[in-house]
Design a binder for this molecule. Structure first.
Ligand code: DON
Length: 322
């Protein structure tokens, strides 16, 4: 990085100026009030609504953070994007998509519904994510499956801290009637691959992956790995094969922001994935990964400050895809 900087070959040459602008946008968004912290999982309901963090990592490893960027939180549905990329790298997109579609559902993230082919609509909603999870190394023990994913996450983050929040996991499992109903409905409709374990075990793995903990700083590196075609900018290790990396960005673009996905693609024009903890990752392909965290959610279930930050970013920088 230093030799690149000396030769003026950095991907964002006027880095100082860029960071100042990001800080201004961050501060403007701090003033946004309203929204509600997710309450359907008791552990999430207790999060501090004032937490607000932003972190950016470029594909050549330049990094900047503001606010509560070191606070660890559970990544919730952001795991859906990484789990898909990991499984598709392992098994190939064709195999994964023989079980799950590519279309936005136009329905709530946890709705009990299938597409016209009798599959979950896409891997970014609960139905699709539960099926994707059931494809993760399903010949191994449950402990080895969890370890496999954790190891992949640590590769994606270049060795930054990735943890696990057991109380979120227990709380999530205790309030999981909808995910059980959804899974039995999918079992009845033969959506799962052959050889899966009990639904209880498969759902445990899904809840465990929602309960993985990371900070904005870690998630920005993971998002930057997606921006960099699947190669971690800190270690230069390939973590995701090129095709699944492109595929996950396409799915994040069309389906990553719940029922705001169409409008977000229209206004912001970047692949993103949100989670009910108030986390949001955004990928600027070939440039950077961004991670935002602020627990209060808007009516659609996306972080209020996070979405506003993205809109303001696009007003200042030419990052929109079109
Ligand atoms: O399955 C659930 O209820 C949640 N833990 C999913 C988390 C989430 O962020 C929803 N997103 N699609």
């Amino acid at each position: 990085l230093i030799s690149q900087a000396l030769r003026n070959h950095l991907i964002i040459p006027s880095w100082g100026e860029f960071c100042l602008k990001i800080r201004d946008i961050f501060e403007e968004c701090r003033g946004i009030n309203g929204g509600t912290v997710a309450t359907y999982i008791p552990q999430l309901a207790r999060c501090d609504p004032n937490l607000w963090g932003v972190s950016i990592c470029t594909i050549d490893g330049q990094r900047v953070s503001f606010g509560d960027s070191k606070v660890n939180f559970c990544i919730q549905s952001v795991s859906k994007a990484f789990n898909y990329a990991i499984v598709a790298s392992d098994l190939g997109a064709e195999k994964v998509h023989s079980y799950v579609g590519h279309e936005p559902s136009g329905r709530l993230f946890n709705e009990i519904c299938l597409d016209p082919n009798g599959k979950p609509h896409n891997p970014m909603i609960n139905a699709g994510a539960i099926i994707v999870t059931s494809l993760i190394k399903n010949g191994l023990t449950m402990a080895d499956r969890f370890d496999f994913v954790l190891k992949e996450y640590r590769k994606l983050s270049g060795g930054e801290f990735v943890g696990f929040n057991n109380s979120v996991f227990l709380s999530e499992r205790d309030t999981a009637d909808r995910n059980y109903a959804l899974s039995y409905y999918m079992k009845e409709n033969k959506c799962f691959p052959d050889g899966i374990r009990s639904l209880r075990e498969e759902l445990d793995l899904y809840f465990q992956l929602c309960s993985i903990e990371a900070s904005c700083e870690t998630l920005a590196v993971m998002a930057a790995t997606l921006a960099n075609g699947g190669v971690c900018p800190l270690t230069e290790e390939r973590c995701i094969s090129p095709q699944p990396c492109r595929d996950v960005l396409s799915l994040m673009y069309s389906c990553g922001m719940y029922d705001l996905s169409g409008k977000f693609a229209f206004q912001v024009g970047l692949p993103a994935k949100s989670g009910v903890s108030g986390v949001l990752i955004v990928v600027v392909p070939n440039l950077m990964g961004i991670a935002l965290y602020s627990p209060p959610l808007d009516k659609m279930g996306n972080s209020m400050r996070g979405v506003e930050f993205c809109k303001k970013l696009i007003e200042s920088f030419n990052f929109h895809n079109y």
